[in-house]
Design a protein around this ligand. Structure first.
Ligand code: SAH
Ligand code: SF4
Length: 356
């Protein structure tokens, strides 16, 4: 079987090329072609001899995702629907940064579907179809990058001047990254070693899979951690996040306290606000106590209503502001994150990769 070069780490690629009788500078050339110039075939690699390209064709492939659909929201958010080799589909969401035109944060998926089953999340309703391979995770970044740099200026970048750039990567798309730890970890190495992203610009978000938090703490690159907290009592959290029965709040918070934060870094806590469930003043007070002493920032995300939401409702704006105020008064950093791209179902919790 031919080797997919995109699945290999830098070390593995060096070894592969060595075994093919090639010197190191050849590997560097190939890395540049795949990860900087975003080549999808050996034919494009014009500075390699045709004999070498032919040899590569026989032993290796460069995989790529198939873009099925792209939707653009009123607020500039773009959602990309990709097809994988086996016909499964995933979504990635590109959001313009608040500062800097033509600069974007890309939200990527780590699994097709998700097994965690949080009550408020559309991806959870799909169940888990399968884990993504590291190359499928990294390929979302490569494909979107390829797409935006090829856009005529004016479409992706309002200024039309500088080249559009993905500055931050967040693992907040479909799936629970820590239920696919090995491939996510390989993808993280790829993003930093081969694609030049700083570990400070990458964030992995988890529903609270404790072994994953502990493994991330020990692994390199040490990227940013985000935890979807969403409740302040076990009773409340059990109701909306069944995973809490396995990894209860006390243990989750302890793992966060133990997380080895490098200087000037913080843990992000996401808190989906649900009317009458987790949005009371008492909840805010408990949240302050729960996170006391943890270098953190809190993202309050007003619930994005899904179809058949049952008892789940979005709180009023006043309630969200009052909740935020209590946190702020206690000296915490708490931002209200209005989800972007709701009109194209690209907002938090809405990803289901359905082809319309
Ligand atoms: N599985 C990981 C990564 C996905 S991140 C995790 O859960 O952290 C998706 C984020 O969107 C999570 O913080 C989740 O709490 C939030 N979310 C899910 N459904 C939502 C909804 N309907 N409205 C607002 N936020 C939602
Ligand atoms: Fe899975 Fe995260 Fe959605 Fe929960 S919120 S079902 S963990 S993707």
């Amino acid at each position: 079987m031919k080797t997919n070069l995109k699945q290999l780490s830098k070390q593995e690629l060096l070894l592969f090329m060595e075994q093919a009788g090639q010197r190191k500078f050849r590997t560097d050339q190939i890395i540049r072609w795949i990860y900087d110039k975003l080549a999808t075939s050996f034919d494009e690699m014009t500075d390699l001899s045709s004999a070498f390209r032919e040899e590569l064709q026989n032993i290796a492939v460069i995989s790529s995702l198939t873009l099925l659909q792209r939707q653009v929201s009123k607020d500039g958010t773009q959602k990309f629907l990709f097809e994988l080799e086996d016909g499964q589909t995933i979504e990635s969401v590109l959001m313009p940064n608040s500062k800097g035109e033509g600069r974007f944060t890309l939200c990527i998926s780590s699994q097709v579907g998700c097994a965690v089953g949080c009550k408020f999340c559309m991806t959870g309703r799909l169940g888990l179809k399968r884990n993504l391979k590291a190359y499928e995770i990294a390929d979302q970044v490569i494909s979107v990058k390829r797409f935006i740099v090829q856009q005529p200026s004016g479409e992706s970048t309002k200024s039309g001047g500088d080249k559009p750039e993905i500055t931050n990567i967040v693992f907040m798309g479909m799936g629970e990254p820590f239920n696919n730890f090995n491939e996510v970890s390989r993808a993280l190495s790829k993003l930093t070693d081969l694609m030049g992203f700083s570990k400070r610009k990458i964030t992995v978000s988890t529903a609270g899979i404790l072994p994953g938090i502990q493994k991330l703490a020990e692994s390199k690159p040490l990227v940013n951690l985000a935890v979807s907290l969403n409740a302040t009592t076990d009773e409340g959290r059990n109701r909306i996040m069944p995973i809490n029965k396995k990894y209860p709040l006390k243990d989750l918070i302890r793992a966060c306290r133990d997380f080895p934060l490098p200087p000037r870094r913080r843990i992000t806590f996401e808190y989906v606000m649900l009317a009458g469930i987790n949005d009371s003043d008492e909840d805010a007070g408990r949240l302050v106590k729960l996170l006391a002493g943890i270098k953190s920032k809190i993202n309050l995300i007003p619930y994005n209503q899904l179809n058949n939401s049952g008892e789940l409702r979005t709180p009023s704006e006043d309630r969200v502001l009052a909740f935020q105020n209590i946190l702020k008064k206690a000296g915490m950093t708490a931002l209200i994150r209005k989800s972007k791209g709701a009109d194209i179902s690209a907002a938090c919790g809405q990803l289901k990769a359905a082809y319309k």
